[in-house]
Ligand binder design. Structure first.
Ligand SMILES: [Zn+2]
Ligand SMILES: [Zn+2]
Length: 327
């Protein structure tokens, strides 16, 4: 089965960080961070509905105005997820302009502020001159911050001198029903197939009863007969963090067994002191992280311009600690 996500870096690795992701089947598109967006086409950006911001440094947020300009007169609802302070930052950006001619525009922006145990939200409607609506708060009971039938997004808060979020996108179980096996059992498709899928997705016990045409069967027996099941893919985005025991303790459960680790590698070993001082990763640490997480593939980005002449060295130094493919 092919990888169902098209993934594109916003910029070459020495420039502003971030990634554009589009799901091949649903068409849903999202962004990790809002670095300079000018390399993406308007067509790509107009597909974006959800944006996941790691932290408020300018190289991760400068693209906000570009996206705002492009979507302003569209009937769109943009969701921006970010660390504590993101509601205020979005509000201040919107306050930077005058909105007397746009009362009939339908753009709506909701900022979601991620805390350990809660998520706070505030909406900014263009038709209300982007004055923030009264905020709401909901309890956060797990690492999950957003869920669709296509994927589940989780996050954890790490230290970069300020709070910085790392994200992991996980698909649900991939369940394929084999029609030829259905026919062989004499079972006709029906609502029981949805119940079967739901029971498998929610990891119901193997002896859960599923009724087909008046007869009761065990979930596991039906699945063994007619379904092909494989784990959903996992993609993680990690940037601007120090390689500290505290960060690793929080991060590793989030990115464990990730299929694709999108990971910053700001510095080479020759500038390891700079990485430590600015709470960034070196290429070697990115390799170690991929190895500890048992990642299948590592993609590096966010290289410091001080190493412009040594691009290949990032991949070599990461490769000393990670044996899987690195791009
Ligand atoms: Zn930063
Ligand atoms: Zn940065």
């Amino acid at each position: 089965m092919t990888f169902p996500w098209h993934i594109e870096a916003l910029n070459p690795p020495f420039e502003d960080p971030g990634f554009f992701l589009r799901h091949s089947y649903s068409g849903q598109a999202l962004l990790f961070d809002l670095g300079d967006l000018h390399r993406l086409s308007a067509k790509q950006l107009l597909k974006v509905s959800h944006i996941f911001i790691s932290h408020g440094h300018i190289d991760h947020l400068i693209g906000f105005d570009h996206l705002l300009r492009l979507t302003l007169n569209r009937s769109k609802h943009l969701h921006i997820y970010g660390p504590p302070g993101i509601i205020e930052m979005v509000g201040h950006k919107l306050k930077g302009y005058r909105w007397n001619l746009t009362a009939h525009y339908e753009l709506l922006i909701t900022a979601h502020e991620i805390y350990e145990k809660r998520i706070e939200q505030s909406a900014f409607a263009c038709r209300r001159k982007f004055h923030p609506e009264p905020g709401t708060s909901q309890a956060r009971k797990s690492a999950t911050i957003f869920k669709t039938p296509t994927f589940n997004m989780s996050a954890t808060t790490l230290d970069h001198g300020i709070d910085c979020l790392a994200f992991a996108l996980k698909e649900p179980l991939q369940i394929k029903i084999r029609p030829e096996k259905l026919g062989r059992q004499g079972w006709s498709p029906g609502p029981w197939l949805s119940r079967l899928r739901q029971a498998l997705q929610s990891k119901s016990p193997p002896d859960t009863a599923i009724e087909i045409a008046g007869c009761s069967y065990h979930l596991q027996d039906i699945a063994d007969e007619i379904a092909l099941i494989r784990p959903g893919r996992k993609i993680a985005y990690v940037t601007d963090i120090g390689f500290t025991p505290q960060n690793l303790k929080r991060l590793l459960p989030l990115i464990k067994d990730v299929d694709l680790l999108l990971c910053e590698a700001a510095f080479l070993e020759s500038a390891a002191d700079k990485a430590l001082a600015s709470r960034h990763l070196t290429a070697a640490q990115a390799g170690k992280l991929a190895s500890l997480a048992r990642a299948k593939h590592l993609r590096l980005f966010h290289f410091s311009p001080r190493h412009t002449e040594e691009k290949e060295e990032f991949y070599r130094q990461a490769g000393e600690h990670f044996t899987g493919p690195i791009s």
